[in-house]
Design a binder for this molecule. Structure first.
Ligand SMILES: [Zn+2]
Length: 159
């Protein structure tokens, strides 16, 4: 399967990434539908964004370029690193929060992660959920997220 990405853009990013890319953070949107989620990720008022969002059918959209800092993680910490927006890519999965992630969506995520991991030499141990880096505030991608499938593809180390 080819990697097809539609660029949509978002005003919510910073141009300068002053730490090298080290992490990929997985989220769910937690909103009632894809349209609203994208609208929020492009809203100057909401001041949130991500690099990629994947629809339930597996379509991949890009909101912020990889070289820019997207505002997806907020207050966050992993081992000695803090404020992981600066050195991470953020991927949102369209999901209300309690839904099963469709196979087509996970397949696209795996293709995207394989490509990004290779491109930026990301350690699979650094592919994490928002809940891992902001455990007191965040629950995404949640207990339904199939970490075992990622592990099988050498795209995660935990769990
Ligand atoms: Zn999140």
């Amino acid at each position: 399967m080819n990697l097809k990405i539609n660029f949509l853009g978002s005003p919510n990013f910073e141009v300068v990434r002053n730490r090298p890319l080290k992490y990929i953070i997985i989220h769910y949107t937690g909103m009632k539908n894809q349209k609203d989620a994208i609208k929020r990720l492009q809203s100057k008022v909401a001041k949130v964004s991500c690099h990629y969002i994947i629809s339930k059918k597996g379509k991949i959209f890009q909101l912020v370029k990889d070289k820019h800092v997207a505002w997806h993680a907020g207050k966050s910490k992993w081992k000695k690193d803090i404020n992981l927006n600066i050195n991470s890519l953020g991927i949102e999965l369209v999901n209300k929060g309690h839904e099963i992630f469709p196979k087509s969506q996970i397949n696209s995520l795996i293709i995207l992660l394989k490509w990004l991991r290779r491109k930026y030499n990301i350690n699979p141990a650094m592919i994490l959920g928002h809940e891992d880096i902001s455990p007191n505030r965040k629950k995404d991608p949640g207990p339904r997220f199939p970490w075992s499938v990622l592990k099988k593809n050498n795209l995660a180390k935990k769990r």
